[in-house]
Design a protein around this ligand. Structure first.
Ligand code: 13P
Ligand code: SF4
Length: 313
């Protein structure tokens, strides 16, 4: 097999993109070269809007499965490919649709209004009233009917944070992101010993102990605005490591420090990092792995996503 140089690989991806009439969407946690070649890099909310707006025939989605699946749900006529089909998410895995379905049946008398964080399967979306992302969760919960109890799935940490922001009680599914729960108060306090003036920005998937230390808790997209407008020279960024690539490009001049974890040396999401430039090339060439899903689930999952896009305009 001929090994392409990184420049040749980049050129070939761009040529395939033109040939296929494709758009490349990338999440903020993707590796640098993928972010650099993408048409758009952003958080789950921004990516959903871009996927909805595009007139490209093919969407090469460089992120994890639920993100590409969301793009397919709202674009059934388009071909959506994901460079690595095994790019999953621990939050998605923590809430199987069959378990949620059984829970809702057992608790039918509660008449729950189900708000699902976008990090879940199409099957879970199909059982939900509305979807939210970390970027709009507060707004979505504030818009929920007052006369029904809310079940928030699958992230207990995001749910807890939204409760603290809105004052609205919710029943929380006990799921978590395996990357963000590794950050601890102690690991951040240790960096602060070296940089006492450092500001801290953390993702709401972190535990409350970490969120309480943060100057700002927000989605990955809002981290860009926070770092840009903060007067601090040193900023500890408590989220997945890929975020640092975009931040360093868009907010040069600041010392952006990755939040370390106590149990592992880095904070890579093993799912996000399954995508590579080689796999992006191959998925544009072969138009697979392709995202497909049964039409009845797609239709039921589409309504709560469109409700979210409407509510968070
Ligand atoms: P954002 O929507 O804030 O980018 O978060 C997505 C995610 O998977 C965080 O782990
Ligand atoms: Fe899922 Fe966590 Fe990876 Fe985000 S960082 S995709 S929530 S496992």
């Amino acid at each position: 097999m001929v090994q392409l140089t990184s420049t040749d690989l980049r050129d070939e991806i761009l040529a395939l993109k033109r040939e296929r009439n494709a758009i490349i969407l990338a999440h903020n946690y993707q590796v640098g070269p993928i972010q650099d070649i993408a048409d758009y890099v952003g958080d789950s909310l921004g990516l959903s809007y871009r996927a909805k707006e595009t007139d490209a025939e093919v969407i090469a989605f460089c992120g994890v499965h639920f993100m590409a699946e969301t793009a397919k749900i709202i674009n059934p006529e388009k071909t959506v490919v994901l460079p690595d089909k095994d790019a999953g998410c621990s939050l998605e895995q923590s809430c199987p649709a069959a378990e949620l379905d059984a829970f809702l049946r057992e608790n039918a008398d509660r008449n729950y209004y189900v708000i699902a964080y976008i990090n879940c399967s199409a099957g879970v979306k199909a059982l939900s009233d509305v979807i939210c992302t970390s970027g709009n969760a507060v707004k979505i919960v504030e818009a929920a009917p007052q006369d029904r109890p809310i079940l928030f799935v699958p992230d207990q940490n995001l749910g807890e944070w939204v409760m603290s922001q809105t004052g609205r009680e919710m029943d929380l599914w006990q799921g978590a992101c395996y990357v963000h729960v590794e950050f601890t108060r102690d690991s951040i306090a240790r960096i602060r010993e070296e940089h006492p003036d450092a500001a801290v920005v953390a993702h709401p998937e972190c535990t409350s102990a970490v969120r309480l230390l943060a100057d700002e808790v927000c989605s990955t997209e809002k981290m860009i605005d926070f770092c840009r407008s903060s007067s601090a020279d040193n900023i500890i960024v408590v989220t997945e490591s890929g975020m640092l690539h975009r931040l360093r490009k868009e907010v040069p001049g600041k010392n952006l420090i990755a939040g370390p974890t106590d149990t592992c040396a880095c904070s890579d999401c093993r799912y996000m990092k399954l995508n590579t430039m080689e796999k992006l090339h191959d998925c544009l060439r072969d138009l697979k792995p392709e995202i497909t899903l049964p039409e009845d689930i797609r239709r039921r999952a589409e309504a709560p996503i469109l409700r979210m896009l409407e509510l968070s305009k």
